[in-house]
Design a protein around this ligand. Structure first.
Ligand code: 5RP
Length: 227
C-alpha cells in the first residue's frame, strides 16, 4: 500500500469508530471515503446497524455491494454524522471539496448531519484554501458558457472538467463541473457568495462553517482538528 493510502486508512479507521449503533449516516465520495465505506461494510457484517445516505451513485453502488443498507434524506431528514473526504482543509476547517465531482450532494448531506466528519491525509492541509487545487463548481448545462464568461470576468479562469477521453464530465445530477483557478482565497464566504450569485451555478466546492471534525491521517497517528 502506498504511504498516502496508509494515512487515509488511519483516518478512516478512527472515523468508523465514531459511528453509533442504529444511526443514519451520510456516506461520502472519493478514495478516502471509500476506505471508510469498506471498513463500515466489515462492521455491518459484524452486526453494526446503520442506514447510509450516499453522496454519489458510485458510493451507492459500492455500499450496496458491501451490504450497507441505504436510505434517503426524505426518509431520514437528520443524520447523526457524515463521513467524507476533502481536497483542501484550512486551519479554520474550511474545505475545498468536489474534485470527485460529487460536491452538491456532499454539501446537502453534510448540512443534514449533526456532525460532518472529514477524513484526510496530511497532504490536504493548507494554510489558505486555493493553494493546491482549483475550486470545482457545478453548473447547469443550459447556458453554461454564459456562466463561464461571468466567472472569467471575475478573474477565475473557469475550465470545464472533461473525462479522460475528452468528453464533458457529467455529474450525477446531469450537470457540468467548472474548475476555477482562484489562487489563494482571502475571504472564503465572500468568494462563495459571489460565485453562487452567477445564474446557472448550482453549488460550489467551498465548504465553510460545515466541518465539525477533521481527522488527519499523519505519520505520527491521527490528529483531530475541531471547529
Ligand atoms: C468528491 C470529494 C472527495 O471527498 C474529495 O475529492 C477527496 O477525495 P480523495 O479522498 O480521493 O482525495 O469531494 O467529490
Amino acid at each position: 500500500m502506498e504511504q498516502q493510502d496508509i494515512l487515509k486508512e488511519r483516518a478512516a479507521r478512527r472515523a468508523v469508530e465514531l459511528v453509533p449503533d442504529g444511526a443514519d449516516i451520510g456516506l461520502g465520495s472519493g478514495s478516502t471515503a471509500e476506505i471508510a465505506l469498506r471498513l463500515l461494510g466489515e462492521q455491518v457484517r459484524g452486526g453494526l446497524r446503520l442506514r447510509g445516505v450516499p453522496t454519489s451513485e458510485r458510493t451507492a453502488s459500492l455500499a450496496q455491494g458491501l451490504g450497507i443498507p441505504l436510505t434517503t434524506l426524505e426518509e431520514a431528514s437528520e443524520l447523526a454524522l457524515t463521513l467524507d473526504g476533502a481536497d483542501e482543509v484550512d486551519p479554520d476547517l474550511n474545505l475545498i471539496k468536489g474534485l470527485g465531482g460529487a460536491l452538491t450532494r456532499e454539501k446537502i448531506v453534510a448540512k443534514a448531519s449533526k456532525q460532518a466528519v472529514i477524513l484526510v491525509d496530511e497532504s490536504k492541509l493548507v494554510r489558505v484554501l486555493g493553494t493546491t487545487t482549483p475550486v470545482p463548481v457545478e453548473v447547469l448545462p443550459f447556458g453554461w458558457t454564459r456562466a463561464a464568461a461571468e466567472l472569467a470576468g471575475m478573474g477565475l479562469s473557469p475550465e470545464r472538467r472533461t473525462t479522460p477521453s475528452g468528453e464533458p464530465y457529467i455529474t450525477d445530477n446531469g450537470n457540468y463541473i467548472l474548475h476555477l483557478a482562484t489562487g489563494p482565497i482571502a475571504d472564503v464566504p465572500s468568494l462563495d457568495t459571489r460565485i453562487r450569485a452567477v445564474a446557472g451555478v448550482v453549488e460550489t466546492g467551498l465548504f465553510h462553517g460545515i466541518a465539525h471534525l477533521v481527522l488527519v491521517g499523519a505519520q505520527d497517528g491521527v490528529r483531530e482538528l475541531r471547529g
